[in-house]
Design a protein around this ligand. Structure first.
Ligand code: MN
Length: 445
């Protein structure tokens, strides 16, 4: 066989990952950067699940979504729960009970972190406090340039030998020592009891009208202070806190906002608590989706019968929108290079997650993966596949298996990122854009 022929055969048979920059033209490159500007703005304003739900609601309402939508087509439904869970749905031309496309999202909470990464850096507090009279207060401190910030201090290297340096990393940094520094000027004189604590309580009282007991009924989240930044001379990457999983939140929000008249009903569900097992009333294990479907059926003038809802779910297709770990250039050994997602190669399909023999995984079936792959190819979505790490190297789970409980088709699908779960995660602008394009193609299909 001639060399040329062999080349042709290999061209035809071997799948080659495509770098986004190679696959798109100048016009689409501009779109990538335009999309990133909006995304960075979102990253700056929606740092917690509550803030994300607020921002998502605002954008959705501006685009015609409502919690009480008028009956005329297409019905654009918005439903929130406990300010931490939100669903957006746009009805399709076909009746709802035939098939509903579902995509489920979540906002980042807390979860698996490397504790030492959170030391010695400026941190902000975002949260909600319920006062004794029942009134509530949203707090954001540390984001404005004139705000103070907070921090967790660390021992100087000169004295770290015994307590940190000689220990295993997992033992050197203990959760109990992650104490947030919030003040240094005392109240009263040296005879005043607990005068530093009192000073802070006094400040909180002056500024927010709070007393100590109010803090018991507060949800305060400590996040890295500051905004999303372009990374690298060429600005091709975006560095920010919480790409996992706001990259999927923002891209799916944009996707459902931008589709106009889908064939089938499209639903995006933004769920809380993914990083801590999806438990709780606002996590993916909750039955919120059933309630959303019941509302949709009512909006369509149908009786929300239990078995109808389950029929819809069993006939649905879903993307579990979550990030994957990109091949780390400095730690390539923990990945299986032939099956690792790479920055810049587009949205990543992860057929299965789990660990140790796919334990705990929701494994997408071949027919579904085949359907999605063809869709992405047809819509010119640059995509790749990726496994989370080498066999037996570790692993992780997503919301996919909780959606799969309903019998729907589901696969994990999202951008791959570097430095996952760190205060400054890195995403590729081309991947973020292709994620939007992929989700949109899915919701429109
Ligand atoms: Mn995560």
């Amino acid at each position: 066989m001639k060399k040329k022929e062999i080349e042709q055969i290999s061209e035809r048979l071997i799948s080659k990952p495509k770098l986004v920059w190679d696959a798109i033209d100048k016009k689409e490159k501009d779109k990538v950067f335009g999309f990133d500007r909006e995304y960075k703005n979102f990253l700056g304003t929606a740092k917690t699940e509550r803030e994300a739900v607020t921002v998502i609601s605002e954008i959705a309402r501006k685009n015609g979504f409502s919690s009480n939508p008028p009956g005329n087509h297409p019905i654009k439904l918005l439903k929130t729960f406990q300010e931490k869970l939100i669903a957006l749905s746009i009805s399709g031309k076909k009746p709802i009970y035939e098939e509903v496309d579902l995509a489920f999202m979540k906002t980042h909470y807390y979860g698996g972190i490397k504790k030492f990464q959170w030391l010695t850096r400026p941190l902000a507090i975002h949260g909600k406090v319920i006062r004794s009279d029942g009134s509530s207060l949203d707090i954001v401190v540390g984001e404005d340039d004139s705000d103070p910030v907070f921090t967790v201090a660390d021992i100087l290297p000169h004295l770290a030998k015994k307590v940190q340096t000689d220990k295993k990393v997992s033992e050197a940094f203990v959760g109990e020592k992650l104490n947030l520094m919030v003040g240094s000027i005392p109240f009263g004189d040296k005879d005043t009891k607990e005068r530093f604590k009192l000073a802070i309580l006094n400040l909180l009282n002056e500024r927010f009208g709070l007393v100590e007991e109010d803090l018991i009924s507060a949800e305060l989240e400590v996040v890295p202070a500051g905004i999303a930044r372009d990374v690298g001379w060429d600005r091709g990457l975006t560095g920010a806190y919480g790409h996992d999983d706001r990259s999927c939140v923002f891209t799916s929000l944009k996707a459902i906002i931008d589709i106009k008249n889908p064939q089938k009903t499209a639903l995006v569900l933004f769920v809380d608590k993914e990083e801590i097992g999806s438990d709780g009333a606002t996590g993916a294990k909750s039955r919120f989706v059933e309630s959303v479907l019941a509302d949709l059926m009512v909006a369509h003038g149908k009786e929300p019968l239990y078995h109808e809802i389950h029929k819809i779910l069993m006939n649905s297709k879903a993307l579990s929108a979550d990030v994957n770990g990109a091949l780390d250039p400095d730690f390539q050994d923990v990945h299986e290079k032939r099956n690792a997602a790479r920055l810049g190669y587009g949205i990543c399909l992860t057929k299965f997650t789990g660990a140790g023999g796919k334990y705990g995984a929701s494994d997408a079936n071949a027919e579904y993966v085949g359907w999605l792959r063809n869709l992405f190819n047809k819509k010119k979505v640059v995509w790749q596949t990726g496994e989370l790490g080498k066999v037996d190297e570790g692993g992780g789970g997503t919301v996919a298996k909780f959606l799969a409980l309903y019998g729907l088709q589901v696969i994990d699908c999202g951008p791959s990122i570097l430095s996952m779960h760190s205060p400054f995660e890195i995403a590729h602008k081309g991947d973020i854009y292709m994620t939007y394009k992929g989700y949109r193609a899915f919701l429109e299909s």
